[in-house]
Design a protein around this ligand. Structure first.
Ligand SMILES: [Zn+2]
Ligand SMILES: [Zn+2]
Length: 64
């Protein structure tokens, strides 16, 4: 039983870290084209942003 509890503790730590990481990654600059597109449930269509998205990043030109 003790072992099960520690497994739970580890899982909750990992999932909270994962949630934090996802939060960090999705933070577009407020008012940027990408943030506006995301608010509508879409992806920004600017070529520079599409390129950045493909590389797994967010556009640095538009998200300062
Ligand atoms: Zn954009
Ligand atoms: Zn851009």
């Amino acid at each position: 039983m003790k072992k099960l509890l520690s497994v739970f503790a580890v899982v909750s730590i990992i999932s909270s870290m994962a949630a934090f990481g996802a939060d960090e990654k999705k933070k577009y600059a407020e008012g940027s084209c990408c943030a506006k597109a995301e608010a509508k449930g879409e992806k920004c269509k600017h070529p520079c942003c599409v390129e950045a998205e493909k590389a797994g990043k967010m556009c640095e030109k538009c998200n300062k």
